[in-house]
Design a binder for this molecule. Structure first.
Ligand code: FEO
Length: 165
């Protein structure tokens, strides 16, 4: 049986992960609208990853006889002024998620919830990767600036991200 405080906090995190998927899917729509289909592909893969993250938490609660209670998602941003601004938002969002994961790690430790602690270790490593991915793209886009050919090159590169990642 899952610790009650941890169950509630994980329920909150299921919402955060689904919110991540929703934000990134909104970016997919934005990237298609400006014909950056490679960036859209990258974000499509990211969207699927976020749903998978939510389901990892969902299954953890479920398997430990806890009740999953889904929560409403907050209103969504649908437009950005540039690909750089969108990826900056993505990076900031990943920093926010890392903070939430760290809070969960602390809570699981305080409550002596060993299984949740083990699950969360996977997320700690995952967040290192998530931050690095978004940060690298932000830095590349900063270098490219307003250059049309540069943006098309980044778009083509990001479009190579496969759904197996
Ligand atoms: Fe599930 Fe991108 O954090």
């Amino acid at each position: 049986m899952i610790n009650e405080k941890v169950r509630k906090a994980i329920n909150e995190q299921i919402k955060n992960e689904l919110e991540s998927a929703y934000i990134y899917l909104s970016m997919v729509a934005y990237f298609h609208s400006i014909n950056m289909d490679g960036m859209a592909q990258w974000m499509r893969v990211q969207t699927k990853e976020e749903v998978a993250h939510a389901m990892k938490f969902f299954d953890h609660v479920q398997q430990r006889d806890g009740r999953v209670e889904l929560q409403p998602l907050k209103p969504l941003k649908t437009d950005w002024s540039s690909p750089l601004e969108a990826f900056q938002d993505a990076y900031k969002h990943e920093l926010f998620i890392t903070g939430k994961i760290n809070d969960l790690v602390k809570l699981a430790r305080e409550e002596g919830d060993e299984p949740a602690g083990i699950l969360l270790q996977w997320f700690v490593s995952e967040q290192v990767e998530e931050e690095a991915n978004a940060s690298k793209i932000v830095q590349t886009l900063e270098r490219v600036g307003d250059s049309g050919p540069g943006l098309l090159m980044v778009d083509s590169q990001l479009g190579k991200r496969g759904s197996s990642e």
